[in-house]
Design a binder for this molecule. Structure first.
Ligand code: ATP
Ligand code: IP8
Length: 340
């Protein structure tokens, strides 16, 4: 699916290729059925796995000390945050390869406010849409803050960046302008940018919702990471909604030069791309798994492997480390790759 070229501001060149762009799916890190509720265990484990994947030691030795960077008081915590004496004494280095970008979705944050007011359909002249835009941004930016804090507690030097505040905008829901200079400069400086799906201004609709999946595709086109990982609440793409007990996991999908995709594994579904059935939650304003597959296919067409898998599993850790190939029979997830 071709997209109009987004207007890029002049950006500084990236110093070395980005290793990985990862989506922390809203379905995984929030409790879908409960308004604005974080799945703390899933978020903690995703952040711990990200740290492991970034770790410069090979993992055989003792895990390095985590230098926590969330020095703010946590809600309900009676004690003041402790700044470790080791920090004051000065630490040699983080021992992390921080050349990652994190993008998270909204899950039970944001989608509700957006769908109730119709922000995704535009029309800022309506007071309801205007209020919904504000409410959506309050919701997703508060989630962003919590995710940045969770990453910081794992010693990952993360900095939150909102697409709307960075001037990203769309035209008929497609990225029209996306200033990435701050993202690149932050990577240069050794930070891990943490972006999120956001409410943005749209040249034709006034406003819309920009999905984290679309942001990832745009960044992948711009920065050519070695691989892209989508972490969500299911093991990957199935031939039908995974709530169906007969659903079959699609382990390998091939994308050709035209951007069309077809199943390679399992063999019984080979060549299939029409039969995949997808259900999208009623309040989801960005197209759910359908959007993910479309965006992932555009990335794979560029020659960048995409791994879709379940957060908080051994499979997500392997994906984050880039330790996955089409020969891995024991890896559970979906690989999208170019047919070339
Ligand atoms: N054919 C299918 N294969 C895999 N998942 C599917 C399929 N059809 C529907 N789904 C649903 O898609 C959901 C994952 O997509 P979703 O876009 O909600 O993930 P996410 O990126 O984690 O969330 P968010 O968009 O809030 O960030 C799963 O909960 C699953 O039930
Ligand atoms: C503001 C919202 C609802 C962002 C949606 O982002 P996504 O969950 O990645 O599709």
């Amino acid at each position: 699916m071709a997209e109009e070229e987004a207007q890029e501001q002049p950006s500084p060149a990236a110093p070395r290729p980005v290793r990985c762009i990862v989506k922390l799916g809203g379905a995984a890190i929030t409790n879908k059925g409960e308004l604005e509720s974080i799945n703390e265990e899933s978020l903690r484990s995703a952040c711990a796995q990200l740290r492991q994947a970034m770790s410069e030691s090979d993992g055989d030795g003792a895990p390095g000390k985590v230098l926590g960077m969330d020095w703010s008081k946590r809600h309900g915590d009676p004690a003041d945050p402790a700044v470790d004496a080791e920090w004051i004494a000065g630490i040699a280095g983080l021992g992390l390869d921080t050349n990652f970008i994190v993008v998270h979705g909204a899950g039970s944050f944001g989608h509700f406010q957006a769908s109730r007011s119709g922000v995704h359909k535009g029309g800022l002249h309506s007071t309801l849409v205007k209020a919904g835009f504000v409410a959506t941004r309050i919701s997703v930016t508060s989630l962003n803050q919590e995710i940045v804090r969770a990453l910081a507690r794992e010693g990952i030097p993360s900095v939150g960046m909102s697409p709307f505040a960075c001037g990203w905008s769309t035209k008929q829901r497609k990225v029209a302008s996306a200033n990435s200079s701050q993202i690149i400069e932050s990577l240069h400086a050794g930070f891990v940018p943490v972006l999120h799906g956001d409410a943005v201004l749209d040249e034709l609709l006034d406003c819309t919702i920009l999905s984290g999946d679309v942001i990832i595709r745009h960044l992948a086109q711009l920065l050519s990471p070695k691989y892209v990982v989508f972490l969500t609440d299911v093991h990957g793409v199935y031939d039908r909604p995974p709530t169906d007990p007969n659903a079959v996991l699609l382990k390998e999908i091939e994308v050709d030069d035209n951007g069309s995709w077809s199943v390679v594994k399992p063999a019984l579904l080979q060549g299939n791309n029409k039969g995949v059935e997808i259900s999208v939650a009623a309040h989801d304003t960005t197209g759910g798994m359908e959007t993910k597959i479309l965006e992932a296919a555009v990335i794979a067409k560029l020659g960048i492997d995409v791994y879709i898998t379940k957060a908080g599993t051994e499979h997500s850790l392997r994906a984050l480390k880039g330790d996955v190939s089409t020969d891995c029979e024991d890896w559970l997830g979906t690989i999208l790759r170019s047919s070339k």
